[in-house]
Ligand binder design. Structure first.
Ligand code: SF4
Ligand code: FES
Length: 240
């Protein structure tokens, strides 16, 4: 049986399970902590720094990222204080300087009452480098179609050599987890197309209802991975 842990968030008693993070327990208890690079399906990476909170353990108080801080018996978590607000504001302003035209960032900024900082040099990127797409591709799907490249300002996520990735199966998992919606998927003329990764794959209709569900590359990957017959794999979840 999973061990339970109790602690407080902003003075409210909450209970979670050992192994959960402070962010997960906060979410389970409908307590808002801004977070851009966290998804339950992958290991935390603490890249965006948006989820900063203060944790008091014994006499010590420290600033930590809620997405990778373990839910611990007796800690006191504060999600809003002057110092947290200041740090979050700078983090968000830096993200907005890197990606000035992202509606998702603007939405969070509005919610938190943060305005752009004109002092920060503006770039014209659309990726906040949260790494969720890379981690989902590797850890959940199990293909290594995309990865980080470069350092500092030039760091980005791309396919190897910026060419069509031979291992991308056009499953769309990366698009699904991207917190700022910058990995579009298009389904056109019987193909699923992911422009960002220079890849398209033919869609295969479900033999029962005819709806498109898998791509040819997905089917090949799943056949190799599971050994299941094609007829079984191509049946969509609704018809199973
Ligand atoms: S493309 Fe989206 S999911 Fe991938 S690193 Fe950039 S912001 Fe994150
Ligand atoms: S959600 Fe915690 S650092 Fe990004």
């Amino acid at each position: 049986m999973m061990e339970r842990v109790s602690f407080t968030i902003d003075g409210k008693k909450v209970t979670g399970y050992k192994g959960q993070t402070v962010l997960q327990v906060a979410r389970d208890n409908n307590i808002y902590i801004p977070a851009l690079c966290f998804d339950d399906e992958v290991k935390p990476y603490a890249a965006c720094r948006m989820c900063l909170v203060q944790v008091k353990k014994g006499k010590r108080v420290k600033l930590v990222t809620a997405c990778d801080y373990p839910a611990t018996e007796g800690i006191e978590v504060t999600t809003n204080s002057e110092i947290i607000e200041k740090c979050r504001k700078v983090v968000l302003q830096l993200l907005m300087a890197r990606c000035p035209n992202l509606p998702k960032l603007k939405e969070i900024a509005e919610k938190l009452g943060v305005e752009e900082q004109p002092r920060f040099v503006k770039a014209n990127d659309d990726c906040i480098l949260c790494g969720l797409c890379v981690r989902v591709c590797e850890d959940v799907v199990g293909v290594y179609a995309i990865g980080f490249e470069g350092r500092g300002f030039t760091r980005r996520v791309c396919t190897p050599f910026d060419e069509e990735s031979p291992s991308c199966i056009v499953c769309g998992a990366c698009s699904y987890v991207c917190p700022v919606d910058v990995i579009p998927i298009e389904q056109k003329d019987g193909y699923r197309i992911m422009e960002r990764w220079h890849k398209k794959s033919k869609l295969i209709p479900c033999p029962k209802c005819g709806n498109y569900y898998l791509t040819e590359d997905q089917l090949k990957f799943l056949k190799e991975k599971t050994g299941l017959p094609e007829e079984e794999l191509t049946i969509c979840p609704d018809c199973r």
